[in-house]
Design a protein around this ligand. Sequence first.
Ligand SMILES: Cc1cc2nc3c(=O)[nH]c(=O)nc-3n(C[C@H](O)[C@H](O)[C@H](O)COP(=O)(O)OP(=O)(O)OC[C@H]3O[C@@H](n4cnc5c(N)ncnc54)[C@H](O)[C@@H]3O)c2cc1C
Length: 490
Amino acid sequence: MKSRSSDAMLESFIAGLSGLPEQCILREEAQLRPYECDGLPAYRTLPWLVLIPETVEQVQMILRHCHRQQVPVVARGAGTGLSGGALPLENGVLLSLARFNRIVDIDADNRTARVQTGVTNLAISQAVKSLGLYYAPDPSSQIACSIGGNVAENAGGVHCLKYGLTVHNILALKVLTIDGELLEIGAQSLDAPGYDLLALLTGSEGLLGVIVEVTVRLLVIPEQTGVILAAFDSVVKAGQAVAAIISAGIVPAGLEMMDQFSLRAAENFVHAGYPLDAAAILLCELDGSDAEVSAQIGQARSLLAEAGASDVRVARDEAERQKFWAGRKAAFPAIGRISPDYYCMDGTIPRKHLGTVLATINAWSGEFGLKVANVFHAGDGNLHPLILYDGSKEGELERAEELGGRILELCVSVGGTITGEHGVGMEKINQMCVQFNDEELQQFHAIKQAFDADELLNPGKAIPTLNRCAEFGRMHVHDGAVPFPELERF
Ligand SMILES: Cc1cc2nc3c(=O)[nH]c(=O)nc-3n(C[C@H](O)[C@H](O)[C@H](O)COP(=O)(O)OP(=O)(O)OC[C@H]3O[C@@H](n4cnc5c(N)ncnc54)[C@H](O)[C@@H]3O)c2cc1C
């Protein structure tokens, strides 16, 4: 990677940012420091320069300048990403989209809204609430994370089981390429001809273009919502209950699991009314018309009891429903109160393996001497093991990383994936070598080349080079033949 250490280089680069107002440029160390990491603080790098443009034309000019000068660019929304996707480069520009915070248009008849990329997820639902509408994907970070970051990560949330991920809830994007060309992808209607570039861009982690505007779909706020809390004396039984509900044809709006460690942490923090003696709890939310919700609550209650729940409670009113959810929503900060550091993993598995995978994680937790809390989107099979560690203790971060890697590889071995919603970023880049074979990775690189031939957009993230996989030692060996024998092994 080219070093850009000299002040003269920086001054000359800034001089080429023609017309960019001074308030959009941060260069002093104290100004750069807040951008050194995202929501994965174990990895930190001070950026060379931070730019916070205010208009699409300014972003265009910055990208063209970076392209000409061959300076890499990392786009950043709110910096809440958990996989190090917005980790800056010491020789690159950190491009903050924070000032793109305007809702451009709300079309209540079409149930869509056009919003700038930096608008927070929650702000969209707040802006359309008076029209009886909302935006369905609801990451727990929704108060802070940006819609552009949601698109770049294909973010999910509690309600994605029924309503889909970000990719299912957007219609169009405005994206700038590295050479400043403005692409309009998708359409304001439900389908668009040609290759599905909207899906390609969604989850592309800032590697293919910089999103400046998103058209989102809006849904009608359901007439009724109810939540059931079910307690179990074993995690395996809770896992089986999840499978029973789904196979009965019920599609809950959300179906979340917390193990004993996390439910106790949450209970001590927000007093949600959770049973402290349970090995695991499920929160099962049902929404729809009054009649649908009461019928489904009855059916789900019976299924949960049949699956061995020791206690099944239906929230009596909206206040109690909010209380049940408050514990789930506060689970991450609750763990943060009792451990100096934690490492949040994000793998997805077929639901039928929930019980055995959780039991294996528990056994490894003992082997590594690191506590693991499980609080996750059980209905989607999307695990979030939180590995607790103390970064100030010699070797603990490395042990946490190794355990995390093992867990992700376990997910792949049972037919799952290494990410459900947090993206690959830096965190899971080695496990990409386990998930995909060399030919598949080459196809990913070919797509990157088509959009960004000089590899200036978020280089080094999300898609590993074949050399990296060789170094990681996880290249696929077929019939004993090592692929790409010409590549150096380390
Ligand atoms: C407490 C907590 C809870 C969370 N819960 C969830 C959850 O339930 N579900 C979930 O999915 N995630 C969750 N996350 C992770 C995170 O909030 C999401 O990944 C979110 O989508 C990131 O948005 P952001 O604006 O913060 O993006 P950033 O962190 O700034 O960036 C994320 C990635 O997107 C790229 N990017 C950002 N903006 C753009 C743009 N305009 N154009 C191109 N690329 C861009 C960046 O380069 C980077 O690769 C949680 C995070 C925290 C801290």
